[in-house]
Design a protein around this ligand. Sequence first.
Ligand code: NCD
Length: 310
Amino acid sequence: MGILKGKDILHGNQFSRKDIEEIIKMASHFEKGLKKKNSLTLLKGKILATLFFEPSTRTRLSFETAMQRLGGGVVSLGSVESSSVAKGETLTDTVRTVSQYADVIVIRHPRTGSAKEAADAVPIPIINAGDGTGQHPTQALLDIYTIKKELGSLKDLNISMVGDLKNGRTVHTLVELLSLYQARFYFVSPDLLRMPEEITSNLRGKGMEVIETGDMAEAARASDLIYMTRVQKERFGDLSEYERVKGSYIINKAFLDQFKKKITILHPLPRVDEISADVDEYPGAAYFRQVRNGVFVRMALLSMVFGRTP
Ligand code: NCD
């Protein structure tokens, strides 16, 4: 039970299968609990601070929702422009300051490794909500929770990941968690946006089968699940390169209709044009259910970080 008590949540590699099962159990408890009663008092008196140095809709609002549903309070840095960061304050000083007010900090920052830097600077738990192109562990955990619910199992999956595998931090963490359960990965991307070599060789070293291809239909045919991602425009130094690769892969209803089976479609969102609106009614389209699951998983993570179990 105490696996996350007082701990930081920084990287996919910190979790074991047992930890993940504990988190799923707790999230599922909150999911059921919220059907009966929509607020709890488990974290009454605790304060969460959200520090987002990059745009966010779901991650920030679902953390704030989760904390409030647990009876805790939230303080939030409105925007970089309205804070002392605009005056040149360092990340370390900002985090040190906020740790005088809050009991846990959720941070998103464009620099890879920034969440770890923040964690090293303060004694309170730091939760990484995305560090540049690095990691996004809470997203991967809610993805895992969603896969378990949608497919019934996490074991031996055939999964296609499509889009910006180079810059997408959600896939960087998700492959790490899925590889605890054995998986066959189909990585579909333009050449420019391939999964970093370090990650594919690490997966292969762990005995996973990794197939890199440009052919989304071939990958989909072999998969139980497609995890679609947005081309991360903000990571391109040269926007003409973005223009060249954006829109490389688009899933629409006609594409899915060529397969006889139902394929589960996930996306961390936001989408730009990579999933057409006509897919939203497709039975396997799970991305808005995935959004909802984010609240339950973040409730679980927050209560576990405080060592409070219902
Ligand atoms: C993702 C992110 O910020 O990495 N969004 C999210 O947290 N749901 C994916 C993205 O921005 O494309």
